[in-house]
Write a protein that binds this ligand. Structure first.
Ligand code: ARG
Length: 462
């Protein structure tokens, strides 16, 4: 069959051009959106008296047949059709005859592709939002079981102050909460229908864009057609939202890798989510978090690629914009599988509370508490208290003990003002629980935060 749109260009295109120009092999992913959008458009045309109801029925039936063909792998994808929009329209005309040719009335591929792609992004934004909520739920479960489990809190990857594992998990909950909100905000901002904008300037046909917007689940039609066919902000937003999400996933993954090492042994990933080495029989490798960490690279690349494609484009549609899809498909698919596997890896990992707690005996985690004690109870200015504490830590190192294990006599050698009550301050659990300020790490404060996030999650309106 001849090309569907061979107006000005009459000579047969070269095979190489077809290969270079076509997006069919990747945009066929949009077949369901294309069919749904076309049916909505045709319904609107019928409603406006532009198509008869019989013509509309033919189009709807033809589209249903095409959908079945595609889903049963009976549909012949031919790159000389260029893209999924042309391929479906051509097939429709093969099936229902001349009525198929009326479908493109008051429409251009420019608003058609903007519609299909936006529908895809909106649907997947909702899906990723839901998967992120699930991940939060899993993290909250872990946090609830471990709000008393101490581990060394770190800065510069050096032991700093004792915190609890639940509190550490909640830091990720807070990040993923923002990710959920970003997906949701972007969804709302972009939930406007492009269809009916035609090529760039609207159409002289008497169309009803409110009708199609409503039928397709949008809040309203977009306002300016020139912007609409040029706009890919919705795609940039999902790419950015995924890039940020993957940054959070990557940081958590990095910790999972470290924590599962022999040096830490804070957690163990279940065998179902671990791999072995091809040569070293004893190995159990954390490939899942490593890959999750690594996959952030490609999603950043996809974001930068689309920003770069768009930055110099004049209005309105330019073929450069066909480069918008593969990166988005890739990022969406990457985020989808990443969220699912991370969720399962976390839900099945075991937490070695004993190792976490014994690691707290290293690194003088209650040094800040000693300085606070000297300032608070002995009326020593904090800067001096800090210095005295430093000297005591040096002494502890010499004795080969942790600060929390020093006796009152040993402490008094450094400063005679130190009283017996200091031992309360040096106790590691007391140290953690002393940080009871809002958002702090005490078990009490952690429980308050867990309750906050649980309530947020329960009342979250998807
Ligand atoms: N395959 C094209 C794309 O993905 C569809 C839009 C084509 N529009 C056009 N005027 N050539 O961007």
């Amino acid at each position: 069959m001849a090309k569907l749109a061979s107006g000005r260009v009459t000579e047969k295109s070269s095979q190489l051009l077809d290969e270079f120009n076509a997006s069919l092999m990747f945009d066929k992913k949009l077949y369901a959106e294309d069919i749904e959008g076309s049916i909505a458009h045709a319904s609107m045309l019928a409603n406006q008296g532009i198509l008869t109801s019989d013509e509309l029925t033919q189009i709807i039936d033809g589209m249903a047949e095409i959908k079945v063909e595609i889903e049963n792998e009976k549909f012949v994808f031919d790159i000389s059709d260029e893209d999924i929009h042309m391929a479906i329209e051509k097939r429709l005309t093969e099936i229902i005859g001349d009525t198929g040719k009326k479908l493109h009335t008051a429409r251009s591929r420019n608003d058609q592709v903007a519609l299909d792609f936006r529908m895809y992004v909106q649907k997947n934004s909702k899906n990723l939002e839901a998967l992120t909520l699930k991940l939060i739920d899993t993290l909250l479960d872990i946090a609830s079981s471990h709000d008393e489990t101490m581990l060394p809190g770190m800065t510069h990857l050096q032991h700093a102050q004792p915190i609890n594992f639940g509190y550490h998990m909640l830091a990720y909950v807070a990040m993923f909460q923002r990710d959920v909100q970003r997906f949701s905000d972007s969804f709302k901002r972009n939930n406007f229908s492009p269809i009916g904008c035609a090529a760039l300037a609207g159409t002289p046909h008497n169309i009803d864009r409110e009708f199609t917007a409503q039928k397709l689940g949008f809040d309203a039609p977009t306002v300016n057609c020139l912007d609409t066919v040029s706009d890919r902000d919705f795609a940039l937003e999902i790419l950015f939202n995924i890039a940020t999400l993957m940054t959070h996933i990557s940081r958590l993954s990095e910790e999972l890798v470290i924590w599962s090492s022999s040096e830490f042994k804070f957690i163990a990933l279940s065998d179902a989510y671990s791999t072995s080495s091809s040569i070293m029989p004893q190995k159990k490798n954390p490939d899942v978090p490593e890959l999750l960490r690594g996959k952030s690279g490609r999603v950043y690349g996809n974001l930068i690629a689309l920003l770069t494609v768009l930055k110099g484009l004049p209005l309105a549609y330019n073929k450069d914009m066909q480069e918008d899809k593969e990166g988005v498909f890739d990022s969406v698919q990457t985020a989808d599988i990443s969220l699912r596997i991370l969720n399962e890896a976390l839900a099945t990992m075991s937490v070695n509370s004993a190792n976490m707690e014994s690691a707290c005996q290293v690194g003088h985690l209650s040094a800040t508490d000693l300085a606070d004690y000297l300032a608070k109870e002995c009326d020593i200015p904090f800067r001096d208290a800090y210095k005295i504490t430093g000297a005591i830590v040096v002494q502890a190192e010499k004795l080969g003990v942790d600060l929390s294990e020093m006796s009152l006599e040993e402490l008094k050698v450094a400063d005679s003002r130190i009283g017996e009550d200091v031992l309360e301050y040096l106790n590691l659990r007391n140290s953690m629980n002393a940080r009871n300020s809002q958002g702090g790490t005490s078990s009490k404060s952690t429980k308050v935060q867990i309750a906050y996030f649980k309530e947020w999650l329960e009342n979250y309106e998807k």
